[in-house]
Design a protein around this ligand. Sequence first.
Ligand code: UDP
Length: 371
Amino acid sequence: MKILTILGARPQFIKSAAVSRAIRRHNEAHMGREIREVIVHTGQHFDANMSDVFFEQLDICPPNHNLGIANLGHGAMTGRMLEGIEVLIQQEKPDCVLVYGDTNSTLAGALAASKLQVPVAHVEAGLRSHNLAMPEEINRTLTDRISLILFCPTQAAVDNLRLEGYPFPQPGNRTQHIQNVGDVMYDVTLFYRDRVARSLSLDSWGVRDKEYALCTLHRAENTDDIRRLDTILSALRDISLETQVVFPIHPRTRNLLARQNYYHWLDGLMVVDPVPYLEMQRLEMGACAILTDSGGIQKEAYFHQVPCITLRDETEWEETVLLGWNQVVGANHDLILSAYHKLQTPSRGTEMPYGEGDAAIQIIKFIREIR
Ligand code: UDP
């Protein structure tokens, strides 16, 4: 069978690494009943340190097609992706189109495939922030509605879908399949965690274990709202008076600050370029706290048992909050500071709401059975 995988953004490269590896393993074990994966890169993230380095480091085959679509507004970007992916589906004739997460590439891939009546499998289905002001919420909600297979990372995601009335009928007298397979990012973490701990040191950053905080910031709700950005960065500067703050800066945030002449808002922070995946895991493991608006990093903080402060008003990863490792504080200076001063480090949890680390294997198994 042939799977057409749509990728475009950094977290999607990381998630797809687990599934591509599972496909290779499957092919080694089932000679003659092979799965062919054709990778389409939409071009949404294109800088070498946001794209190429993940393909190299995580052993993902280079994309078969690159649409080179980037730096456009939501409408133009999604529209051009839709057009490009439709042509590729007609050329490649896949049995299934596999999309990840909640970006414009996800929605464009799902829309193109469903209009051509090619089954869509959505990895990270059912996540909800219940905030439709987020472009991600729009993308993931619409993608879920037109996917045949909904791969949920958590029970909460399954519950969200059930509350919304899922599963819905699909073309050809079919009904959507909802599967809680666990989180593919947990698969990736487990695969690399020991190697990272063994082989990477913090020396090259000049920081010491548990003596720095790590921060990332890139969500539109924070970067496009200059008041929120100002508040968050001022809280980070205050924290940096007590603890070093390492800040791998997302290109969107960097460009915005440069454009507005607000680069001095970063004074006192240890600003570095986006780091490759393995180095990022090392920085996460060594941090005394992680402050972030990233979805993936909230979970990774839990995987590495590092307290997290989420710089958003809500989270899709409510398990991290319920288990006591994540404080969701929004863009409020005092709440950020007070969360930092009462960092939560519950006794080491054994609960793992994100599966068993075999999400990718289950995804491949179900796609073969259901498509
Ligand atoms: N990440 C990375 N280098 C960085 C920042 C993030 O490798 O400089 C990784 C991070 O460890 C996680 C993923 O990128 O695996 C999260 O992606 P991002 O925060 O861009 O998106 P989100 O998860 O919010 O969709």
